[in-house]
Design a protein around this ligand. Structure first.
Ligand code: NDP
Length: 289
């Protein structure tokens, strides 16, 4: 039997999409999930429901993990750890870089190897050629399983041997994603309070978001050079501006947690003597441990 095969453990929206993508490519797919009924639709499409985690691990060498976090992985795999020897664990669960490193050592001590992955798309992007995932861990393992990894997302990128690196890149993306989306919720709350809908402000919101990449590259070079010269923007101007944002939100009676926190950071920069520097100088405050 030369058919390619994979076990998928964890059938939330992501794991279901992944197992589905493997079925679409005619893989032998074994699945396991704590709540067994989440496998029903996949079984209907030809997946095999393993009766236990140990049997799911025994079924195939390649094991994709799509769980809420690494604690869920220990809760799932620990009782079946005798079945881990010789397995490749592709862990696509979100967690801290340190948790990913610890788990790689935990797997190695049980004769398994872990590849850490950070998926950059929601469930609808799984199985698509243009979607991407970055990986870290042993290069040889990545190369050996590349065809299978490309079923999950068409684009794959091995970033390095450190099993924590992919988790770090993932969290770097997520700190931007969550805070950016919260800023969008804030904008919508402000719009609603003023009789405008999310649809009304959508073109303006998109235009604002599309202006960001230019700012990212402009400041990256300066920040790496430690150059916070206030030639195009000054923190004093920025502070006045974010105070206008805070007051506009307060006047509208919407939640001010987010704008108030922004004002607080800007004021700390002023207190630290950065009044005439660019607001990029805030990075110096923020990177302090
Ligand atoms: P969910 O949290 O919805 O599902 C995760 C799975 O984890 C479920 O199968 C759940 O089992 C299982 N699980 C949770 N706790 C335990 C436990 N203690 N023991 C056993 N199983 C457990 O996540 P998603 O499918 O949405 O995502 C999976 C991972 O991918 C997450 O780490 C997420 O951060 C990441 N991710 C998600 C994206 C998305 O858009 N959804 C995008 C990119 C990454 P049960 O069904 O029994 O509850």
């Amino acid at each position: 039997n030369t058919k390619q095969s994979v076990t998928v453990i964890g059938l939330g929206p992501m794991g279901q999409a992944m197992a589905g993508a493997f079925l679409d490519r005619d893989y032998d797919v074994t699945v396991w999930n704590r709540t067994p009924s989440r496998a029903d639709a996949l079984v209907g499409r030809g997946a095999v429901r393993a009766p236990s985690v140990a049997e799911a691990l025994a079924a195939h060498e390649l094991v994709v993990l799509s769980l809420t976090d690494y604690d869920a992985m220990y809760a799932t795999l620990e009782p079946a750890s005798a079945a881990l020897a010789g397995r490749t664990l592709v862990n696509l669960s979100s967690d801290t870089p340190e948790k990913a490193r610890e788990a790689a050592r935990w797997a190695a001590a049980r004769g398994a190897v872990q590849l850490t992955g950070g998926v950059t798309v929601p469930p609808a992007g799984i199985g698509r050629a243009e979607s991407s995932t970055f990986y870290s861990g042993p290069r040889e393992v990545f190369d050996r399983h590349r065809a299978a990894l490309e079923v999950i997302t068409g684009r794959t990128d091995h970033r390095g041997e450190d099993p924590g690196l992919a988790a770090l890149m993932y969290q770097i993306g997520m700190v931007m994603f969550w805070t950016s989306m919260l800023s969008y919720w804030q904008a919508i709350a402000l719009a609603h309070a003023n009789g405008l809908t999310a649809a009304d402000i959508l073109p303006h919101a998109v235009e604002t978001a599309e202006s960001l990449p230019g700012f990212l590259s402009f400041y990256a070079e300066r920040i790496d050079a430690g150059r916070h010269v206030g030639d195009v923007d000054r923190l004093a101007m920025g502070t006045a501006s974010v105070e206008h944002v805070l007051h506009t939100n307060a006047d509208a009676g919407v939640d001010t947690t987010l704008p108030a926190t922004v004002v607080e950071l800007f004021r700390r920069g002023m207190d630290a003597g950065h009044t005439g520097d660019s607001f990029s100088s805030l990075v110096e405050l923020m990177r302090k441990r």
